[in-house]
Design a binder for this molecule. Structure first.
Ligand code: UD1
Ligand code: UDP
Length: 384
């Protein structure tokens, strides 16, 4: 008998991190995988599905321009409830900390469908940062049946909150599975952006700083200060290329394009598909980001990383000395970036491969534990 595993995701990072697991589960004996895209993101999700040749079985359409969190939640709850009623999965797998993750869990919980939480247990301890993600991840943890934290530290957070050890499996993060697979693919084929890509204009003889930023808690003054820092850095270092793939959230687009579009050595480009983005990360001299996933990827590639946040839910990356939390104050961002651009010794100390979040085999560990759990659960049900 095959168990129906329904995987639900809706945003770019969830899709990137669930893709390697989907590839493993599609072939796993005794598992019938059903992939549900909520469509919380549209274009940015399409890019990932193409990159990983992933087809979805259920395709919801919840995104509206500039959506509010409550508007989005309402759509998700209604549409997912109908989907679960029709498919009757044996377990729902969710990922991380987005509105899709939490609402997909809540909808499953209300129908008494078990929940498996991938990338469980990361915590900043501050409900306002990242917002609303810290709450989404914690709330999902409260109602999940099976937890897949990437590290022992994340497991300990769950244990402290009362999750029992037998429901936890430390697996590493599937983003490293995705990253290593993509990088190998690029290297094997000596892949380069096509001549029509804006990235084709990057020069080999200049250093490149890669930037991403989209956090809701940084909107307003935080974002303004980040953009002012980038403008100042671009003036101070005319021979350095700054590349910023700008997230499609209208709030981000407005803030970034209004301050940075006139600087000749800042290349503002649309969100890049994963192939192009991994190529960019691998080529970057250093990276500035407020992203969750990039905090795990950059150190795994040996790239110095400055995190544009006050707190991180991924404290393990700070232990390797290759990642610094620099916040969103203009002067600090300029100072720390300048230090890396000016001081070869400091740069060398921060350019080291360090990957506490994974070894490229997280998906197999999750699949193995999941299938054991499904069998145990079926036996428990038969016995009762
Ligand atoms: C969401 C997640 C965040 C995650 C981020 C990854 C929540 C609350 N936030 O933030 O945790 O880090 O995704 O990128 O779940 N848009 C498009 N096309 C797209 C994607 C977005 O036009 O493909 C625009 C739409 O106007 C949309 C807006 O961006 O309304 C915001 O999207 P939303 O998913 O609500 O929030 P993000 O800021 O992307
Ligand atoms: N990413 C991408 N294209 C981009 C920017 C980021 O493919 O233009 C990838 C990045 O490598 C990482 C993921 O998207 O795997 C991170 O997504 P995002 O920063 O949107 O969300 P977060 O990780 O902060 O939730």
């Amino acid at each position: 008998m095959a168990f129906t595993v329904m995987m639900v995701f809706g945003t770019r990072p969830e899709a990137i991190k669930m893709a390697p697991l989907a590839q493993v589960l599609r072939k796993w004996p005794g598992v019938d995988l059903n992939i549900c895209s909520t469509g919380q993101h549209r274009e940015m999700l399409e890019q990932v599905l193409k990159d990983f040749c992933l087809s979805v079985d259920e395709d919801l359409q919840v995104m509206v321009q500039n959506q509010t969190l409550n508007g989005l939640s309402k759509q998700l709850l209604e549409q997912l409830d109908d989907t679960y009623a029709r498919i009757q999965p044996d377990i729902v797998l969710v990922h991380g900390d987005t509105t899709t993750s939490f609402i997909a869990s809540l909808a499953a919980f209300n129908r008494q469908i078990p929940i498996g939480h991938v990338e469980a247990g990361l915590r900043t301890g501050n409900l306002k940062a990242p917002w609303p993600e810290e709450a989404n991840r914690r709330l999902t943890g409260v109602i999940a049946d099976l937890h897949f934290p990437p590290t022992n530290r994340a497991r300990d957070n769950l244990l402290r909150e009362g999750v029992v050890l037998e429901n936890i499996e430390v697996t590493g993060n599937t983003v490293i599975d995705a990253l290593l697979w993509m990088r190998e693919n690029l290297n094997k084929n000596q892949w380069k952006p096509a001549p029509e890509s804006p990235l084709a204009q990057l020069r080999d003889d200049q250093r490149m700083v890669l930037i991403t930023g989209h956090r809701r808690e940084n909107f307003g003054q935080g974002f303004e200060r980040i953009c002012l820092a980038l403008a100042e850095l671009a003036l101070r270092y005319p021979n350095v290329q700054f590349v910023y793939p700008v997230h499609l959230n209208p709030q981000v687009q407005k803030a970034v394009y209004s301050v940075l579009s006139h600087q000749t050595n800042i290349l503002l480009v649309p969100p890049q598909d994963y192939r192009h983005f991994v190529w960019l990360m691998d080529r970057a001299y250093l990276i500035l980001t407020d992203s969750g996933g990039v905090q795990e990827e950059a150190p795994a590639l040996g790239k110095p990383l400055l995190v544009l946040r006050k707190v991180t839910e991924r404290p393990s990356v700070l232990e390797g000395g290759t990642v610094k939390l620099v916040g969103t104050v203009t002067e600090r961002i300029v100072k720390e970036t300048s230090l890396l651009l000016d001081d070869a010794e400091v740069y060398k100390r921060m350019s080291r491969v360090f990957s506490p979040y994974g070894d490229g085999h997280a998906s197999e560990r999750i699949a193995e534990r999941l299938s054991r759990w499904l069998e145990e659960n079926a036996r428990r049900r038969d016995d009762s």
